[in-house]
Design a protein around this ligand. Structure first.
Ligand SMILES: Nc1ncnc2c1ncn2[C@@H]1O[C@H](COP(=O)(O)OP(=O)(O)OP(=O)(O)O)[C@@H](O)[C@H]1O
Length: 521
């Protein structure tokens, strides 16, 4: 035991351990930084970028790190590059690590919630902002355990550096053994040092995992010191006077196709400022696609969409905007959106969720954005929940945070994509009453829903879609007096609770006759 303890505390071995740790930290750091960019490159739409990166990862993962180490150590001098044994071992381990980290990080990125990413894009986040504020926080939660595992594996792989003459822990224990033949105590002491280092890594991993976890964030949010909140001018809080004749949203002959299949077939619609338009239709009729198109989030193949003076997804000449110009286009249109599944950023409190739009999109100072967020949360009756994380709220409360988030950007138009479909009946009421309040304030709303009674009570204009075609349009009275057989059949089935998804008509079947009744307010 004494001999074991002697070697366990031997400075010569611990100096070797320091070299092993230096190799591990250097390779892990390089692996994570370079791996992040490789992960992005491997997911690129451009094959010229993604394929070589995938091939690089494939080759490095497919060959033993020992082989790579020896190869690099012997190949570099032939190109006149003379590196020390330590530097070439570090380089080889880093290169190998980039492939593994790229795959770990790619896994984290693809695990990020799609709805939250769509929400960020809809509000006008740039790709970089989406990455920093939405994807990376979620990806970190997913990759932390695997990365912790990887760091322990890497620590053990540093022992391979001994083959090129790096005097790290394993090599030093072998050197001692070759002199005194005390295999068992020396190798056990060396193993003990590896276990101590791995334990330190495990504690670090646990600490980091806790910090990116939602429970820790929730606790921290509750105990955080109060942050500065700006005074907002009183005028900003009151609803603006609207000219109800002004056309705010114009959808002109809109066509959208997914993989060659047309799902919106020449749809035209006008929404005036202050108007509430409700979209009805069976599942699959194209309601969500219409809302996504308004935000330039759907593959529009024809037609035009204007919100205020802004052409969505197109430049002034009518040419489609490149992807990098879309965030500014969406931000300029000032459209808020509320999704069926809330799509709140789950690592942010209610207040942070709402203020993310003024901070990230409108570049407001944080105290101003916080004041706007609190005003919006007060408007939807959530003054007591500023510091709650989404998972601490009921579905109805989460949806009201989502409504506050849509309000915080001072939108000229708010889109609701089946805002109550994911809610229990008693929670539906609270969300409906919040939407009604917005309508009473004179906000312009476009709401997709299956709730005919709610549509009747809130709408200025009802729009019925079928197979991507606007079949009937008119005041709420058309619900009691439908003008087309298809709408009448839909209403009958809806009342009987027999509504099913759309069944595509045969390709030869004629389009449903469109009967339009236009309403002026
Ligand atoms: N990303 C997509 N890729 C391929 N097809 C899609 C995509 N999104 C929607 N579609 C198709 O477009 C059609 C219209 O879908 P959409 O979601 O707009 O209908 P909806 O009326 O909103 O339905 P629901 O009431 O169920 O939300 C459907 O046939 C759907 O399968």
């Amino acid at each position: 035991m004494d001999i074991f303890l002697h070697y366990l505390t031997l400075p010569y071995l611990w100096q070797g351990a320091v070299i092993a740790v230096q190799l591990m930290v250097g390779a892990l750091f390089g692996g994570i930084v370079i791996g992040f960019f490789l992960a992005l490159a491997s997911m690129s739409k451009h094959r010229l970028i993604s394929y070589p990166v995938k091939a690089y990862i494939y080759l490095l993962r497919g060959t033993p790190v020992l082989l790579q180490l020896i190869l690099l150590y012997n190949v570099l001098p032939q190109f006149g590059i003379m590196l020390s044994a330590f530097a070439s071992a570090l380089l080889a381990l880093t290169i190998n690590e980039t492939a593994y980290c790229a795959e770990i990080i790619r896994g984290g990125i693809i695990s990020a919630n799609r709805d939250q990413r769509t929400a960020a894009q809809a509000f006008g986040f740039t790709r970089t902002a989406e990455m920093i504020h939405v994807v990376i926080p979620q990806a970190l939660r997913a990759i932390m355990p695997t990365l912790g595992n990887e760091s322990v594996g890497l620590l053990k792989s540093t022992s391979l550096a001994s083959v090129v003459g790096v005097s790290e822990l394993t090599m030093r224990s072998q050197t001692i053994v070759s002199e005194n033949f005390l295999f068992i105590p020396v190798l056990m002491a060396s193993g003990g040092i590896y276990v101590i280092l791995a334990s330190v890594l495990a504690v670090g991993q646990w600490w980091l995992e806790t910090r990116v976890g939602l429970d820790f964030r929730a606790r921290r949010a509750r105990h955080r010191k109060p942050r500065p909140v700006a005074e907002l001018p009183a005028s900003a809080a009151s609803p603006t006077t609207v000219d109800s004749r002004e056309k705010l949203l114009e959808v002109i002959d809109l066509r959208v196709a997914y993989h060659g299949k047309e799902v919106l077939k020449g749809l035209s619609l006008t929404v005036r400022r202050g108007e509430v338009v409700v979209l009805l239709g069976r599942s699959g009729s194209g309601k969500s696609t219409l809302l996504k198109s308004i935000l330039a989030l759907a593959p529009v193949s024809g037609g035009d969409i204007r919100v205020g003076g802004e052409r969505m997804g197109r430049g002034p000449s009518g040419a489609p905007l490149p992807a990098r110009a879309l965030p500014a286009n969406r931000a300029a249109a000032r459209i808020g959106i509320v999704f069926q599944n809330f799509a709140l950023f789950d690592h942010l409190t209610a207040e942070e969720n709402v203020m993310s739009i003024p901070v990230i999109v409108q570049k407001d100072a944080k105290p101003v954005a916080r004041a706007k967020a609190r005003r919006a949360l007060d408007q939807v009756g959530l003054s007591a929940f500023y510091h709650s994380l989404p998972h601490e709220l009921s579905g109805g409360q989460q949806q009201r945070v989502a409504i506050a988030r849509a309000l915080a950007s001072n939108p000229q138009l708010i889109l609701f994509d089946e805002p109550t479909s994911a809610l229990d009946p008693e929670l539906v009421r609270e969300v409906h009453s919040t939407i009604r309040k917005l309508a009473d304030m004179g906000m312009t709303l476009v709401i997709s829903t299956h709730d005919v009674d709610f549509a009747r009570s809130v709408a200025d204009q009802i729009v019925f879609l079928q197979h991507g075609v606007l079949v009937e349009q008119g005041p709420p009275s058309i619900i009691d007096n439908p003008q087309t057989q298809t709408f009448a059949a839909y209403l009958r089935q809806e009342a009987a609770g027999e509504i099913g998804p759309e069944i595509e008509p045969e390709p030869t079947a004629p389009k449903p006759a469109a009967k339009l009744i236009h309403t002026e307010r």
